[in-house]
Design a protein around this ligand. Sequence first.
Ligand SMILES: Nc1nc2c([nH]c(=O)n2[C@H]2C[C@H](O)[C@@H](COP(=O)(O)OP(=O)(O)OP(=O)(O)O)O2)c(=O)[nH]1
Length: 143
Amino acid sequence: MTVASETMAAPIAAPIDVAVGILMKPNGDVLLGQRPEGKPYAGYWEFPGGKVEGGESILDALKREFLEELGIEVISAEPWCGVQHVYPHAHVRLHFYISREWRGEPQSLEGQAFAWQGSVEVEPLLPATIPLIEWIDKLRLPL
Ligand SMILES: Nc1nc2c([nH]c(=O)n2[C@H]2C[C@H](O)[C@@H](COP(=O)(O)OP(=O)(O)OP(=O)(O)O)O2)c(=O)[nH]1
């Protein structure tokens, strides 16, 4: 009998929910941040966000992370898409939201770099975030 190699691998851990926000300016620019030292994938670029805590809704987690990391008050955000990815350090379930309404200018409260980007040129990007860049370009096209 042949056993598929997947069944031989270590079991995949239960997914961790992550709230991720894409702030989009009227001109289509989006905000990216660079992961600080001490985190897995330090130096990689990502959309700001973080893990959802127990008892918290995804939107609440998103608002909390933006305040903690960037001092930004997200006024409204719409769910956009979900992506699951298995990293060596974790199995994540990413909930991407788009926000076009926020208060404040981003501040580097955790020492991280950040950048507003039209066509995204910062790199490297977190692997699970790479496909989103192309999808965002489609989102910018007029309907
Ligand atoms: N924020 C964010 N996380 C992403 C993206 N793409 C992606 O694969 N991830 C992954 C990386 C991490 O495994 C996970 C986010 O967890 P994190 O460790 O940054 O969250 P956190 O800020 O709550 O971290 P901590 O409290 O444990 O320090 O999601 C993305 O575009 N943005």
